[in-house]
Design a protein around this ligand. Structure first.
Ligand code: MEV
Length: 452
């Protein structure tokens, strides 16, 4: 189906009209598509309306599995981690890691700092930079005064504007300057708070320019006002440790040998960006699943984590490990800007539930929980990679997906899961055993799509 015409006013159409137009113009099988979209709607109208209104042009919902990893010990407290993720082996890996570290003291975390940053980016073409600095100093109080009403509640909660400064970035680009704000947004992620303040600051900057006696060039051109999702000073540290002798991975490999391989694996991720990206992706498996379940902005957390991983000029591992005096220590420092109030945290029922089972954490507690989940996930991945290999566990967890692709019955699934109890499944050998049990040829298997 090739659609070449542009549709005008799509957002103004009713939901039904949107669906009809979409299906008529883009679906291969209108009847099945209609049925599919309908089947994903929430049966409760009020609940569906809530979801409709989260974004524009909602036509249905998109389900994701919501899993739980229990026994997650952090700072002496035991959590059940809520995880929204589609990748088969992630929750199982998290649960395994939580179990492994439970008796060894669990995860120990602390928040290093909670500063967030935003900029008014602007151009000033004057010759004498000192004039601009003087102008900034002359209006500095106004940056606070003019945003008084916006910051009042945040200040009452102990946060607000921590600093405002003029930054000369003409080293990057001629005539390019910034008003840089540093903020503490307490339990909110703070994007709206920071952006509102920055836009007011841009007004302060331009409103007063003509009366200024210090500026010869009275033209300030605002480029944009926006928070930075790079928050290296909104940082959390978490770690696990135990005597090397307790590291027993139980896979025909001694604790010492495992420890050595584990640390080498981290070293590879520190020096080789190709490995570092996959290594950090494994960390983000745990992080994103919790960020999503708790209604936070996973794009912001992702972008920030990767920028931080490249802070020294080359993309590198976010986690690190060492052995000192017979003690293995494994840790991560990662920036993470999260909210436990605002956004959809109080609106989305599953997000509310996630916060409930986590014991209603504040933003700093959530930072510690999620960073620890990232470290736990990394531990599981490295443990598999340096012992059995990743496919054994991964394909076992993926087995049901393959069987669902073949549209296996519950009985067939049971037999096949039993068959693979001591073998590693692959697409090919799963297909073979499935065909054998059902008594059909591979070409007769109906698959939702081919896969591996
Ligand atoms: C797969 O989703 C994640 C891993 O590739 C992470 C890693 O290699 O460290 C297993």
């Amino acid at each position: 189906m090739t659609q070449t015409n542009k549709i005008a006013g799509f957002s103004k159409l009713s939901k039904q009209a949107k669906v009809e137009w979409l299906i008529e113009n883009y679906s291969d099988n209108p009847e099945a598509s209609l049925e599919l979209l309908k089947s994903y709607l929430h049966p409760n109208e009020k609940m569906q309306k809530l979801h409709d209104e989260f974004i524009e042009n909602t036509i249905t919902n998109y389900f994701m599995p919501f899993g739980i990893a229990p026994n997650f010990k952090l700072n002496g407290k035991v959590y059940c981690l809520p995880m929204a993720i589609e990748e088969s082996s992630v929750v199982a890996a998290m649960a395994k890691s939580a179990n492994f570290w439970f008796d060894k003291g669990g995860f120990v975390a602390n928040v290093v700092s909670v500063k967030k940053i935003g900029h008014v980016h602007f151009v000033w073409r004057g010759e004498n930079k000192r004039e601009l600095q003087q102008y900034f100093e002359s209006i500095k109080d106004l940056f606070y005064e003019r945003t008084e009403s916006v910051t009042r509640n945040m200040r009452a909660r102990g946060g607000g504007i921590l600093n405002v400064e003029l930054v000369d970035r003409t080293d990057l680009e001629p005539n390019y300057y910034q008003i840089k704000g540093t903020f503490d947004t307490r339990d909110s992620m703070g994007a709206n708070f920071i952006n509102t303040i920055l836009e007011e600051w841009a007004q302060v900057l331009t409103d007063n320019v003509h009366e200024s006696e210090v500026l010869n060039d009275k033209h300030i051109e605002i480029i944009m006002c926006i928070l930075s999702n790079y928050t290296p000073e909104c940082l959390v540290h978490t770690e696990v440790s135990c005597p090397v002798s307790e590291l027993n991975p139980g896979e025909n490999i001694s604790a010492e040998e495992f420890c050595d391989k584990f640390i080498r694996a981290i070293h590879v991720a520190k020096i080789e960006p190709y490995r570092a990206v996959t290594h950090n992706k494994g960390i983000m498996n745990g992080v994103d699943a919790l960020v999503l379940a708790t209604g936070n902005d996973f794009r912001a957390v992702e972008a920030c984590a990767h920028a931080y991983a490249a802070r020294n000029g080359s993309y590198s591992s976010l986690s690190d490990a060492e052995v000192k005096d017979g003690i293995f220590r494994f840790w991560i420092d990662m920036p993470m800007s999260l909210g436990t109030v605002g956004g959809i945290t109080s609106l989305h029922p599953m997000v509310r539930f996630s916060h409930e089972i986590l014991g209603h954490p504040d933003a700093q507690q959530l930072m510690m929980i999620i960073a620890s989940a990232g470290l736990a996930q990394n531990f599981s991945a490295l443990r598999s990679l340096t012992t059995t290999g990743i496919q054994k566990g991964h394909m076992k967890m993926h087995l049901l997906n393959m069987l669902n692709q073949f549209e296996a019955t519950d009985n067939e699934k049971m037999q096949i899961v039993e068959y693979f109890k001591d073998k590693v499944p692959s697409f090919q050998n799963t297909l073979e055993i499935f065909c054998k049990i059902r008594g059909i040829k591979p070409e007769e298997v109906r698959t939702a799509s081919s896969g591996n």
